[in-house]
Design a protein around this ligand. Structure first.
Ligand code: NAD
Length: 353
């Protein structure tokens, strides 16, 4: 058994589905079901007895300790977070509460549980913390990509809160010996991505005939990784990562935001042409840039490739094609999220919440 936090969110739900399709081991899925948590992502495993969903807060240390003692998981994989940079600019408090205080409470619960374990469970236990490349700050055009030894220079309340959580995880390893692993990953994309984020937002707006908003000049560069490649990397780190280490995970796919949007428009022009003719590119609209917007992120993923023999399967071209097709095939999922109907769906289908 493993305990996953935030397993109803974008990456967490992909991870849970992936895990249950490949492993015999079960998952306890602890999620607070904020606006970003969506249990319909997990519809495929609703009747799978190996999936135990628990509606709760990682900041509730007593609840986490109870779950650990009851289910005796061999690992915690920690995804739960407030994750949207724009929201962190307008309301940072929730980011401090969940990402910093919540991670602290989770670490305390894990430490209390792990300390009482005996070999071999004590030796096998892992606390894997899922983090972001945004903790490293912003790169200039010719800077080398972020490696694990880069200094932390977070620029948004989101990245600062994730940086704080990374430091806490590091400290729990160094001070108490808690067997931790940390991963810092670049931008993910793929199925079940909440349509406030760039790629699903652009696909949804394009299809709805709405403007496609581009921040500033659209030349902000991000590295992109298909979410299922990220899930595979996390599994690899959990299996074979060295204790106390951090691993950068990326797709070697640096793209300017405007180029990503152009690619999406071109694929949509092919797969779902506009009724009125012309290209979706005509819907592109430039809007004021995000305050403090980081210019460039890029990941040097050579450590995980060399030490753990992980490499992404998808190129940006293959992954983005699959992603657009998924959103075209799942318009109801997008509509339910945008209308808030997924909340009603969860109330109907998960009485135990
Ligand atoms: P998300 O916002 O889609 O999902 C977060 C999940 O955590 C939701 O299900 C939410 O209900 C849950 N949650 C929030 N607060 C909680 C709390 N206090 N207790 C329990 N559950 C809570 O996020 P995501 O995009 O899936 O990101 C998952 C993790 O990966 C985050 O830690 C994020 O920092 C990290 N990450 C994300 C990306 C990316 O591109 N999305 C890249 C690198 C790292």
């Amino acid at each position: 058994m493993i305990l996953v936090t935030g397993g109803a969110g974008f990456i967490g739900s992909n991870f849970v589905l992936d895990w249950l399709s490949q492993e015999s081991e079960g998952v306890i899925n602890l999620d607070k079901l904020t606006y970003a948590g969506n249990l319909s992502n997990l519809e495929a495993v609703r009747n799978d007895e190996r999936h135990v969903f628990v509606h709760g807060d990682i900041g509730d240390q007593a609840l986490v300790e109870k779950l650990l003692v009851e289910h005796k998981p061999r690992a915690i994989v920690h995804f739960a977070a407030e994750s949207h940079v724009d929201r962190s600019i307008h309301g940072p408090a929730a980011f401090i509460e969940t990402n910093v205080n919540g991670t602290f409470a989770l670490l305390e619960a894990a430490k209390s549980y792990w300390t009482k374990l005996e070999a071999p469970e004590r030796t096998e236990f892992r606390f894997l913390h899922v983090s972001t490349d945004e903790v490293y700050g912003s790169l200039g055009p010719s800077d080398p990509p972020f490696s694990e030894t880069n200094a932390y220079e977070p620029n948004s309340p989101y990245s600062a809160s994730k940086a704080a959580s990374d430091h806490l995880v590091r400290a729990y390893h160094h001070t108490y010996g808690l067997p931790t692993l940390t991963t810092n990953c670049s931008n993910n994309y793929g199925p079940f991505h909440f349509p406030e984020k760039l790629i699903p937002l652009i696909i949804a707006n394009a299809r709805a005939g709405k403007p496609l908003p581009i921040y500033g000049d659209g030349q902000q560069i991000r590295d992109w990784l298909y979410v299922k490649d990220h899930c595979a990397a996390i599994r690899r780190v959990l299996d074979s990562g060295r204790l106390g280490e951090t691993y950068n995970i990326g797709g070697w796919n640096e793209k300017a935001n405007l180029d990503v949007v152009h690619t999406l428009c071109d694929i949509l022009d092919q797969l779902a042409p506009r009724q009125q003719g012309g290209s979706y590119r005509e819907q592109i609209t430039y809007v004021a840039d995000r305050p403090g917007h980081d210019r460039r992120y890029a990941i040097d993923a050579r450590k995980i490739e060399r030490e753990l023999r992980w490499k992404p399967v998808e190129t940006f071209e293959t992954g983005i094609g699959k992603t657009v097709q998924w959103y075209l095939d799942n318009t109801q999922w997008v509509q339910n999220v945008q209308s808030g109907d997924y909340m009603k769906w969860m109330e109907r289908n998960y009485d135990q919440r």
